[in-house]
Design a protein around this ligand. Structure first.
Ligand code: SF4
Length: 323
């Protein structure tokens, strides 16, 4: 089996965008690949000034992952900083990565604008650490959304440069595009994200789900109940396509003929979201009652990851004349 690597910053409880865009895919990939899934806490430090919630956020993410179906028997699930070899490989890679490649990365420029008082080295070196994350485990495949393709391309460039300068050592990781790459937030405008407050947590209670979906923006041209709608531009309809596929043709037809109101349509969606997520919610509650189990899973994952990491790091050090 080829090896997959994916890492997610511990931002706390996951939202629908994470679930549809990444987490479901993580679960499916386990059938075809040997999966290495990392909660990348070091990456979180590039934008955090206050780390008091970091451990809690790591725990929430682990709960979401396991409750959604990531199987720690089949996959390696661990916290990035628990395998410190990644920091050393990051340093080695930084010696072969031209600074100009990093300074031109659009997300670095955006972040530098967003946090002008905290343009730290970690921010500019983020793609180097990301590359170290992937190649430390010699992963051949990385599941990504379309918006992350440029980051992976940069990782591939760094790998090519290392292999050319020092000899073939790492496989060039290939992108595997997720089938539901970009999930628009409840505002109907931007990618779902916590910072934009347009999200719905997958662990939300049924009442919270209903309340959040009530606020979702629909077809902006449909002002009144009697107006005909345009489901193809409606974000609520996009969610129906995922959560209520058997009914989308009917909803589209009724919307286009003003036979259904947006409030009713949103309530239908809320009911389906509650139903689909119910098994997840139950499993999450069971796991949350077993904090020792979560700790053991992460410790075991780090142990298994470390075996691969030590070997790869030694190879890289040999190539660089350090051993
Ligand atoms: S009826 Fe449904 S699909 Fe049509 S605009 Fe309203 S929310 Fe969107």
């Amino acid at each position: 089996m080829k090896r997959v690597f994916s890492g997610t910053r511990p931002t706390g409880k996951l939202h629908l965008g994470n679930y549809l865009g990444a987490l479901q895919n993580y679960v499916k990939l386990q059938d075809e690949y040997e999966c290495v899934y990392s909660i990348v806490d070091l990456h979180a430090l590039t934008t955090l000034t206050d780390t008091k919630d970091l451990q809690q956020n790591i725990n929430e993410m682990a709960l979401d992952w396991l409750a959604a179906g990531i199987d720690p028997e089949r996959s390696i699930v661990f916290v990035q900083s628990h395998v410190p070899e990644v920091a050393e490989l990051h340093l080695l890679l930084s010696m072969v990565t031209p600074l100009s490649w990093l300074l031109r990365v659009p997300t670095f420029k955006e972040k530098a604008k967003q946090q002008p008082d905290n343009v730290n080295y970690g921010l500019v070196g983020y793609p180097v650490l990301m590359t170290a994350d992937i190649i430390l485990y010699k992963a051949e495949v990385v599941p990504v959304g379309e918006d992350q393709l440029p980051h992976l391309e940069l990782a591939r460039e760094i790998v090519r440069r290392f292999n050319t300068l020092l000899g073939p050592t790492f496989p060039e990781p290939e992108a595997k595009l997720t089938p539901f790459p970009m999930v628009i937030g409840l505002d109907g405008k931007e990618k779902m994200s916590k910072s934009l407050n347009n999200y719905l947590e997958i662990s939300a209670s049924p009442d919270e789900i209903v309340a959040k979906i009530k606020t979702a923006v629909t077809d902006p041209a449909r002002q009144f109940r009697k107006d005909k709608g345009h489901p193809q531009v409606c974000n609520v309809f996009r969610f129906h396509q995922y959560f209520y596929p058997s009914q989308v043709a009917d909803i589209a037809q009724k919307c286009a003929n003003a036979q259904i109101g947006c409030v009713d349509c949103k309530m239908m969606l809320a009911r389906e979201v509650v139903n689909v997520l119910e098994p997840f919610r139950q499993k999450r509650a069971q796991l949350a009652a077993r904090p020792d189990y979560i700790r053991d899973v992460l410790a075991d994952g780090a142990k298994r990851a470390k075996v691969i990491a030590e070997q790869t790091l030694n190879e890289a050090k040999q190539r660089m004349g350090l051993l």
